[in-house]
Design a protein around this ligand. Structure first.
Ligand SMILES: Cc1ncc(COP(=O)(O)O)c(C=O)c1O
Length: 441
């Protein structure tokens, strides 16, 4: 909170608000959000129970689900786009929105900087990095685009690398970088079903084949099928060969439980509005101390000593309330427990994947070993790889079976349907998908 010497602070502002008015900002579709709700207690985490055992404890997860507004009419298995805020986080966001909207520039100019620093420090602590290594952004795209665009260490004979499973816009930006510097762009193609070892071997093969590689995009969890890449192992080998890495953690933080040091990368982009459950419009950029020289400041910013990661981004006016709500989102995420969330989501994927793998008309994509899997998964009808095929399948799932999913593109093996549960997804929702899969034959 602010150290400002004036008696006026954010807490005073909040007190001046009428509690009832806070709820008037709720969306018209959410009745629960319009009415003050008495919060149930989060279930206490049973002692001595592993995350994998807790993952199968339906009564625990039913209680967790009570903290989220429920949508009716469709089984939504498309939670990879962004994450639903839990109700306590949503209420904090509404409260912050109202406070900012009431006090406007007086708050923003006098007190926001201190609150912004608190949010930055909270994210840095949760990711296990130093405060000055972390910059809040509007989304992972802003973080990663800036890293790619502002990378300044390419020589005339260097090449850049990306993979078919990378996020489409980032592949495009890597291609743009190569074209604009007249360099080669190498694309590694991963198999439609892959293990950690296969992935690592393919990267090593590409490094051997292209000794002039200088920069690579490396995705922690793929947007198409939730495949986990062995980032730390790839990174160790890349670093020995002088290849710089921009790591895309847009989809991974919160879906997986980890600290940045686990990844062994110098630069990474994150989202908080996916699996950390913050309001929309919150991402982060990590740049390890001592590595800033190869990424220029944002045009017009100055950092002659290359010590200020904050100069690599220029976000200008942002949604202050979203940033203010970060500590509440991280607190809720940590109360459920990152490892528990990861295990529950993986378990939900295993429920449908184990059945789908026995259906000859379904091709399950992505992980073939546990370490490569997350709660996110994907499939297609066997042999049906075109965009039209995937669009038709998405429609059938939605209109014939009441299951909402999304089409993903970009894999060399073709288009697919992505399936992403959330912590409030029930086992019966997954069963509805399994029934649909059976009936697609
Ligand atoms: C792997 C991956 N990278 C990047 C992004 C972009 O995230 P955002 O639009 O929040 O910047 C996504 C979004 O789904 C993603 O899955």
């Amino acid at each position: 909170m602010s150290n400002d010497s004036t008696s006026f602070n954010r807490r005073t502002m909040l007190k001046s608000l009428t509690a009832g008015a806070i709820y008037s900002l709720a969306t018209s579709t959410s009745v629960q959000a319009k009415t003050p709700v008495s919060q149930p207690e989060l279930p206490s985490l049973p002692e001595g129970v592993s995350a994998n055992s807790l993952a199968m404890n339906e009564s625990f997860w039913v209680k967790v689900a009570l903290f989220y507004d429920t949508a009716q009419g469709i089984v939504n298995l498309e939670h990879g786009y962004w994450g639903k805020m839990s109700r306590p986080v949503q209420e904090k966001f509404i409260e912050n929105t109202r406070m900012v909207n009431t006090n406007l520039s007086y708050y923003a100019r006098k007190h926001y900087a201190d609150d912004h620093a608190i949010s930055t420090n909270t994210v840095a602590k949760a990711l296990g990095v130093n405060n000055e290594e972390l910059v809040l952004t509007r989304n992972a795209t802003e973080s990663i685009h800036n890293l790619i665009r502002q990378y300044n260490a390419l020589g005339p004979d260097d090449a850049v690398l990306y993979t078919d499973i990378d996020y489409p816009s980032f592949k495009d930006t890597m291609q743009w970088l190569a074209v604009s510097r007249n360099l080669d762009a190498v694309e590694v193609v991963l198999p439609a079903q892959a293990s950690q070892k296969q992935i690592l071997d393919l990267y090593i093969e590409a490094f051997d084949k292209h000794p002039n590689l200088k920069l690579m995009l490396l995705t922690h969890v793929s947007n198409q099928h939730g495949l986990v890449l062995p980032v730390a192992k790839i990174s160790a080998i890349a670093k020995r060969r002088g290849i710089d890495i921009i790591c895309d953690c847009a989809q991974s933080w919160g879906l997986l439980d980890f600290k940045i040091t686990d990844l062994n990368v110098d630069w990474a982009g994150f989202n908080l509005h996916k699996w950390i459950g913050s309001p929309l419009g919150v991402g982060a950029l990590y740049m390890r101390n001592g590595t800033l020289a190869k990424v220029s400041p944002y045009p017009g910013e100055s950092d002659p000593d290359n010590i200020k990661a904050s100069t690599r981004v220029h976000t200008a006016t942002i949604n202050f309330a979203s940033i203010l709500t970060i500590p509440a989102a991280i607190e809720f995420h940590q109360r459920i427990g990152g490892a528990n969330k990861e295990a529950r989501l993986r378990y939900l994927r295993s429920l449908w994947v184990s059945k789908a793998q026995k259906m000859p008309h379904i091709e399950v994509l992505g992980a073939i070993d546990e370490e490569s899997s997350t709660g996110m998964g994907a499939f297609r009808l066997a042999g049906k790889t075109t965009l039209q095929d995937a669009n038709d399948l998405q429609k059938r799932l939605e209109y014939e079976f009441g299951v909402f999913t999304v089409v993903r593109v970009g894999l060399s093996s073709g288009c697919c349907i992505r399936v992403t549960p959330q912590v409030f997804t029930s086992v019966s929702d997954i069963h509805q998908l399994v029934i649909a899969l059976k009936n697609l034959a």
